[in-house]
Design a protein around this ligand. Structure first.
Ligand SMILES: NC(=O)c1ccc[n+]([C@@H]2O[C@H](COP(=O)([O-])OP(=O)(O)OC[C@H]3O[C@@H](n4cnc5c(N)ncnc54)[C@H](OP(=O)(O)O)[C@@H]3O)[C@@H](O)[C@H]2O)c1
Length: 323
């Protein structure tokens, strides 16, 4: 079987494709035939060495997978060859097959394609965790989503709309704003051209209740200033490469709250609660209340190009690798 291998940290173009023996499950293990592997910003950071977690070299990147169970090892209960599954692998899913602990697997609902599923958990679980566990939201509130055409951004809009919120999308291009509107955003701001704070206040009738920020950089402060009384600023990441400093006087004013979200470490420390959270999100997909977009696809051999396109801001929505 073929897999992508990272032999040294650096530009994603350095990734190599190698052919190895097909995998056999050991006791307590499951082999999944990969149908689609999610391409996430964190995968790119792991390959370039910019992530907090630095795996020993060489390693196979790829943190998220959807596929079909190929074989189960001795002692595995509840899973059988042919089951459609999705799961967070951490590493290893940029391959034709991946060996996993069955505790990471979830059943893939009929309503979801492999592509939708492979890009689902990281973005949707993060946003579902943010808006239902890290803060409380009320129907009718307005959320401003920065980087709204990205993976986290589109999931934020979808989850927000499912919870009865109004969503304002902010992004850099017409294409990304169109994707956000197709996902259900009620209004759009082209934040490279328009004044973010002024437009967000105008579009929300005085100020937004929540900001979802996975971008950081120069848009953070105007977004904070666009929050109304008791607004919440949700910090998710810094895709722009710049960690902003927020002026605390503008947190104090209007009784605002800054909420940090680190879904990955919470999921690691609370695996059962995370299973329940992802299960709730999957139920909303099955019920037609969440609508993960069908992703763009790259062949497995072009993993490096996919990660580079993500890092260079060229991708709208999610993309997956298809072996
Ligand atoms: N805290 C958590 O639990 C958690 C969980 C998952 C992901 N994350 C983090 O959230 C961030 C976004 O992840 P994602 O999967 O949504 O990524 P993504 O799909 O690439 O979206 C990121 C967006 O950031 C914007 N951006 C602005 N400047 C950029 C730059 N210089 N390079 C790249 N993008 C830039 C882009 O939108 P515009 O072009 O419209 O500006 C892009 O669409 C990452 O830092 C990731 O690690 C955090």
């Amino acid at each position: 079987m073929r897999r992508v291998v990272c032999r040294e940290l650096g530009p994603p173009d350095n990734l190599e494709l190698e052919e190895v023996e097909r995998l056999e499950p050991g006791p307590g293990q499951v082999v999944v035939d990969v149908r689609a592997a999610g391409v996430n910003f964190a995968d790119a950071l792991i390959v370039t060495g910019g992530y907090q977690m630095k795996p020993p070299l060489p390693f196979v990147p790829g943190s998220e997978v959807a596929g079909v169970v190929q074989g189960v090892g001795d002692g595995v209960e509840g899973w059988a060859a042919g089951d459609r599954v999705l799961g967070m692998t951490g590493l290893g899913s940029f391959a034709e097959q991946v060996l996993v602990d069955p505790s990471i697997l979830l059943h893939l609902p009929e309503a979801m394609s492999f592509g939708q599923a492979a890009g689902f958990i990281q973005s949707y679980a993060t946003m579902f965790f943010s808006l239902t566990r890290r803060t409380t939201v009320s129907p009718g509130e307005t959320v401003l989503v920065l980087g709204a055409g990205g993976g986290i951004g589109l999931a934020a809009i979808d989850v927000a709309r499912a919870l009865g919120l109004r969503a304002i999308a902010a992004a850099s291009s017409k294409e990304k704003l169109a994707a956000a509107e197709a996902m259900g955003a009620d209004a759009s701001i082209a934040y490279e051209d328009e004044d973010l704070k002024t437009r967000a206040r105008e579009l929300s009738g005085g100020g937004v209740d929540l900001v979802v920020d996975a971008v950081g950089g120069r848009h953070a402060e105007p977004a904070l200033r666009a929050l109304r009384f008791q607004g919440r600023y949700i910090v998710l990441g810094f895709a722009s490469g710049t960690i902003p400093s927020l002026p605390l006087n503008h947190v104090l004013l209007n009784n605002r709250t800054v909420v940090g979200v680190d879904w990955g470490s919470w999921a690691f420390q609370h695996p059962e609660e995370n299973r329940q959270l992802v299960g709730e999100a999957l139920d909303l997909v099955a019920a037609g209340r969440l609508h993960p977009a069908e992703p763009g696809t790259y062949p497995l051999a072009e993993a490096g190009r996919a990660l580079t396109d993500l890092l260079e801001r060229r991708i709208t929505g999610k993309v997956v690798l298809v072996p």
